[in-house]
Every structure is written in C-alpha cells, then in structure tokens.
Design a protein around this ligand. Structure first.
Ligand SMILES: [Zn+2]
Length: 191
C-alpha cells in the first residue's frame, strides 16, 4: 500500500532556488521540473496539516565553496540576491519554515541538518517521518537525506521531485541513499 502524509510527518524541500534552475548561476538540468511535483506535495501537506520546511543555500559573498576561493562551484545563492530566491513558481505557504545553510565562513553545508539545529526542531515538533525533494539529488538532497537517516528519522525521497547535476552521480546517490535506509518513493501522492 502506498504511504500517505499524516501527523508526525514533515515535508522538506531542499534548495529549490533560482540559481539552481534554468537561467541561474548553477543550473541543475531539468531543475524547474521539480516545481510542479513539489507544488502537489505542498498542497497535500497543507491538506494533511503536515509541517513544511524549505532549505536554502544562503551564501555570504566570496564564500569558500566558490571557485574564486578554490571551491568546486561558481558563485551562487548569494544572500539577498535574485538567484538565492526560491523558484518563483514554487507555492510555498507563509507557514513554511525556512532553513538557511551555507552561511558559515569556515565550511560549506550541503545538508540541511549540518549545524542548523534542524533535527532538534523536528523532534520538538514530534516529527518522525520526513518526505524529501528538491535540488540537487546528488549534492544537497543526498547529504540531507543521509543526515536525516543518521538522525533516526524515517526518510522518504520523492524520486520525481528531485534532479541530479549529473545523471550518473544521481544514480550513485540514489543507490547510496537506498543502502543507508532512505525509502525511494514514486511521485504520486495518495490523497
Ligand atoms: Zn552552495
């Protein structure tokens, strides 16, 4: 039987920001395609009274993850820039809670759980099960889902709500997540 969102769940949307979508500074191929899928999950979460979190990459200028500092990425998601905004078609409700990461000067934070206090926040609200989608599958979604499992949440990755930077890395990330205990779920929502 297919799962259905219920009390004790959270929907965690990872980094669906303009810089990671078409026309952005670090576009994930097909990144925009996750938006309509996530909008259906947002609606279902609201209908079920399930709390919604949206993480965002929120870098200071000249962050150490940028190439100019020897990091792997072009400058992206710089605080208060258009590129750091959530995708303009993502229907995040006012009740959604924003988790900012990548804000530190001394390290990057791919995972929404890395030094953000998110696990404590979720436990405080009685969350046991997390539905995860967003960008990118092989980078921040991977790191977030693996950390969520380590923090002993039941983690479901919504497969159609995430896209990888590179397809082969996406396949590898999916296998790694599955081995770690992440449940890979189709994109359908059971109302
Ligand atoms: Zn970043």
């Amino acid at each position: 039987m297919e799962p259905k969102m219920k009390q004790g769940d959270a929907l965690l949307i990872v980094d669906v920001q303009r810089d990671f979508c078409s026309g952005g500074a670090l576009p994930v191929p097909g990144g925009d395609d996750v938006v309509p899928v996530l909008n259906r999950w947002i609606k279902a979460a609201l209908d079920a009274g399930v709390i919604i979190y949206a993480s965002r990459d929120w870098h200071p200028q000249a962050h150490l993850s940028f190439r100019e500092r020897g990091g792997p990425w072009p400058p992206h998601c710089i605080q208060d820039t258009v590129g750091a905004q959530f995708h303009h078609n993502l229907r995040l409700p006012p009740s959604a809670i924003v988790v900012s990461k990548g804000v530190r000067f001394d390290k990057d934070q791919n995972s929404a759980f890395d030094d953000t206090g998110l696990a404590v926040e979720l436990r405080r609200r009685g969350v046991r099960r997390i539905w995860v989608g967003g960008l990118a599958q092989d980078v921040c979604v991977r790191a977030t889902a693996l950390d969520a499992v380590r923090a002993e949440f039941e983690v479901h990755l919504v497969a159609g709500a995430t896209k990888p930077v590179r397809p082969e890395d996406g396949e590898r990330a999916l296998a790694e997540m599955r081995r770690a205990g992440v449940i890979i779920t189709e994109s359908r929502i059971i109302e």
